[in-house]
Design a protein around this ligand. Structure first.
Ligand code: AMP
Length: 356
């Protein structure tokens, strides 16, 4: 029986997971760097350390029964070490794929899914060759550690190749052809230790500058598209042998691909996801509670949508005026307790409820 759930990472996703666990009577223990981080504020059990501090990692592992994570870039070495002490869900083998854009897209293709056309680039020469093969415009992205549009540059013509390569600090990269999409959607799916899955309805996402700004739940898709999106998430969850939660970002194509498919996989994250925050207020079980259930051996909850919902992020300076939402009875405000406002930083979110 799980008595204490360990969470790697101190951000808002860890905070909301810890709060969901508390509701089920389960204490959480956070591993993060600073005591003021959002997750560390909501539980008294915190180990402060960095992911290369083996002693602190072992101390943390000794204090918990099961370990999950709220940041998908936890170094694999740290995960492997922790896994020698306690179960780590999702398994390090899942993270090895999702931390690497080339591995992730290759994995999706191996399991029958379309992706943007891509090529791995380790040198500027590789970038030139990939541009010749894929054409322009294209996007150059760091292969690892990218998030919220960081570490990616659009290349409009071949003359911009060197500038783009320098802009991503000449790191190992992926060059992707631009997908002509009708809209962006995502699907969040949970899979438990016995291989049972529970999938939330696909949602429609809008990004500005690479950062999610709005999610509409549910995405207004035809029955065929909805089934295709759910099937993709389910296939990936099983193929990864996932134990935990997986968010899959997808592009709905304007024109079907030659193989007849209408949706391609863009990115996966084996953790709660910004596009699932609406579930806290508008689904039968929140994505955070679902993660807790999946990794603690509890039955998965219903993913039924109770209200239509629209979620917006509270970014940067918008946090100063977020109190305005408190007077709107349809709005549910969530602030993450971050001590410093920075431009574009995710400070909170608001979910607006509509009757279904
Ligand atoms: P990512 O970090 O891969 O999720 O990219 C952030 C955002 O950039 C996506 O949500 C899309 O809006 C856009 N984007 C990324 N890759 C592509 C692509 N290959 N084609 C078109 N748009 C893309």
């Amino acid at each position: 029986m799980v008595r204490t759930l360990g969470i790697l990472g101190g951000g808002q996703l860890g905070r909301m997971t810890a709060l969901a666990a508390a509701r089920l009577g389960l204490p959480t223990h956070i591993f993060c760097q600073h005591g003021h981080e959002p997750a560390a504020q909501v539980t008294p059990h915190v180990t402060l350390g960095s992911f290369d501090d083996e002693k602190k990692l072992a101390e943390f592992a000794a204090a918990v029964d099961v370990i999950t994570l709220e940041w998908e870039n936890v170094p694999l070495q740290a995960l492997a070490l922790l896994a020698t002490h306690k179960p780590v869900y999702p398994a390090p083998s899942v993270l090895a794929i999702t931390q690497d854009r080339v591995a992730e897209k290759t994995f999706a293709q191996t399991h029958g899914m379309g992706t943007a056309p891509f090529a791995a680039c380790h040198t500027l020469d590789d970038v030139h060759k990939a541009l010749a093969a894929l054409g322009t415009p294209a996007i150059l992205k760091t292969n690892r550690m990218g998030y919220d549009g960081k570490g990616q540059v659009v290349i409009q013509n071949i003359h911009e190749a060197e500038k783009a390569w320098n802009a991503i600090a000449q790191q190992s990269a992926i060059l992707e052809g631009l997908v002509d999409f009708a809209c962006e959607i995502s699907v969040i799916i949970a899979r438990d230790g016995a291989g049972k899955v529970a999938c939330y309805p696909p949602v429609h996402n809008r990004h500005t500058g690479g950062i999610l700004c709005e999610t509409l739940a549910p995405a207004m898709l035809s029955a065929g598209l909805e089934a295709e999106a759910r099937q993709m998430a389910e296939t990936l969850a099983h193929a990864l042998n996932l134990h935990g939660l997986l968010a899959v970002e997808m592009f709905v194509l304007k024109q079907p691909a030659p193989d007849g498919k209408n949706i391609v996989m863009n990115e996966m994250a084996p953790r709660p996801h910004n596009s699932g925050h609406w579930t806290m207020d508008a689904a039968a079980t929140s994505q955070f509670e679902q993660l807790v259930r999946a990794v603690c051996g509890l039955p998965l909850g219903s993913t039924q949508l109770l209200h239509k919902a629209r979620m917006i992020n509270v970014l940067g300076d918008d946090a100063r005026t977020a109190g305005q939402y408190l007077s709107n009875p349809q709005a549910r405000l969530h602030l993450y307790g971050k001590d410093e406002i920075k431009p574009g930083r995710k400070m909170g979110h608001v979910t607006f409820l509509e009757e279904t």
